[in-house]
Design a protein around this ligand. Structure first.
Ligand code: LLP
Length: 441
């Protein structure tokens, strides 16, 4: 992992500091931790735990802030559906004027199901199948982001067979280090993503000769949870260089898909600022007359979600706090050593003396750990906690490991809330399973 681009304050920020840094949260002296106008204890009482809760207003506010920052740039937001693909979330972003960046047939179908017009959808990903490309062409989406020569030929064959011409952009790999976790960096030459920078111009010229293909621009996405601007600046400078080179060769370049990756503050580090990001776009790409697209996921939806959980028990004088949520619900700490702030929901618990504990789930793996040596108010069996900033890459990455059903989801809007996904039933865990005669008995 790269060195963090910010200085971490030791010890862990206090509950009060964590809440103060998040405008969607408030600790009410009676009702306890509130997400916008709704006490989280009320939702936990009705839905049980673990349960996800999303704030609609946070999603809207963040989308508008990003759109405002992009003002004057001729730039559209395409929300990266992978971060949180619930239909209600897609509806909120679509209603705010965002399109969608999808990476699979399932995401494309979800985006359409949520009412996002095909003309507002772009299709990214390194291994789109013929079936997926066929759907993209028949739906008539805005563009396919091509990641390899092989994929270009596949799409040309599909589009010609259907008698259509598909707008494409070539995703280039700018060979820039985004300074983020190794598992989520994508713009280095040895990552599987994109077309090597030095091959891109010739492939673009080749694309212009192919039936069924209209090359209209370039794309790049250098990684995720990027907190500094320098990697963006370097990548967009390279893209601008390529745009000029292609135009000198007489090739039209109209669009640049600038990718996503804008980071958020998970602890007390500041998140990336949309105005800073937009400033880099303006400085590097502003005078090229391009239609720009940005495809953030995490920045729009991460801070909007929490995962509610109950303490099952504590062990070893509080050395371990065992929750009823686990890595099957939220895998980010296990997978990326990601930091997620954890705060008690009760106003009384929030004032308890601070204790250092490992906050773990009940799954039979040591990796099922949400936080190691975390200093937080001592919570005991029965206490409720909220794991913060879990709106992105939370529920979408859940599994049913240890036969744990998918947790329910609630959506808060102002002072009202509603269930937007029921808890999965146990029967649903095996409903698609077939027990053949020869398996015994
Ligand atoms: N565009 C493309 C082509 C992408 O691959 C991604 C994310 C995005 C946009 C959106 O990136 P964002 O703005 O959300 O950073 N599961 C990991 C993150 C994986 C990101 C994959 N690609 C995590 O939990 O940190």
């Amino acid at each position: 992992m790269a060195e963090p681009a910010y200085a971490l304050n030791e010890p862990d920020p206090s509950v009060q500091e964590l809440i103060a840094a998040r405008p969607q949260l408030r600790m009410d002296a009676q009702a306890g931790l509130m997400l916008d106008g709704v006490p989280l204890a009320r939702i936990a009482a009705e839905l049980g735990t673990p349960a996800w809760v999303y704030s609609a207003e946070t999603m809207r506010t963040r989308l508008h802030a990003l759109q405002d920052a992009l003002g004057g740039l001729n730039a559209d937001v395409h929300y990266a559906v992978k971060a949180n693909d619930h239909l209600a979330v897609l509806r909120i972003f679509a209603a705010g004027g965002a399109g969608a960046d999808v990476v699979s047939e399932g995401e494309l179908r979800r985006a359409r199901q949520a009412g996002i017009p095909a003309s507002h959808i772009v299709f990214s990903g390194v291994g789109k199948t013929v079936r997926e490309l066929t759907l993209a062409v028949t739906e008539g989406i805005a563009q396919v982001n091509i990641e390899s020569p092989a994929e270009l030929d596949m799409l040309s064959a599909v589009a010609s067979r259907l008698g259509r011409v598909m707008p494409v952009v070539l995703r280039i790999n700018p060979d820039v280090d985004a300074g983020t976790h190794a598992k989520i960096t994508t713009g280095k030459a040895d990552n599987k993503f994109g077309i090597p920078f030095d091959d891109a111009a010739d492939l673009y010229a080749y694309a212009a000769t192919l039936p069924g293909i209209a090359p209209v621009g370039l794309a790049l996405h250098i990684g995720s949870q990027i907190l500094t601007l320098a990697p963006y600046r370097a990548a967009y400078q390279r893209a601008a260089e390529l745009v000029r080179g292609l135009r000198e060769r007489g090739l039209a370049v109209e669009r640049l898909d600038c990718g996503g990756g804008i980071g958020i503050g998970y602890r007390d580090e500041p998140g990336a600022s949309p105005t800073g990001f937009a400033g880099v776009l303006r400085a590097t790409l502003g005078n090229l007359g391009l239609k720009l697209m940005v495809e953030p996921g995490r920045w729009l939806v991460g801070p909007a979600g929490v995962l509610l959980s109950e303490v099952v028990l504590t062990k070893g004088d509080g050395r371990f706090v065992v929750l009823d949520a686990a890595m099957n619900d939220l895998i980010r700490p296990a997978m990326y050593d990601a930091y997620h702030a954890i705060v008690p929901i009760s106003p009384v618990d929030a004032l308890a003396p601070v204790r250092q504990s490992d906050i773990v789930g009940p799954i039979c793996e040591t990796g099922d750990t949400f936080a190691r040596s975390r200093r937080l108010p001592a919570v005991e069996a029965g206490a409720l906690v909220a794991i913060l900033d879990a709106g992105a890459y939370g529920a979408v990455m859940s599994s049913a490991y240890n036969a744990r059903p998918a947790a329910p989801i609630a959506l808060v809007d102002g002072d009202r809330w509603t269930t937007i996904r029921a808890r999965q039933s146990y029967e649903a865990l095996w409903t698609n399973e077939i027990v053949p005669d020869f398996s015994g008995g």
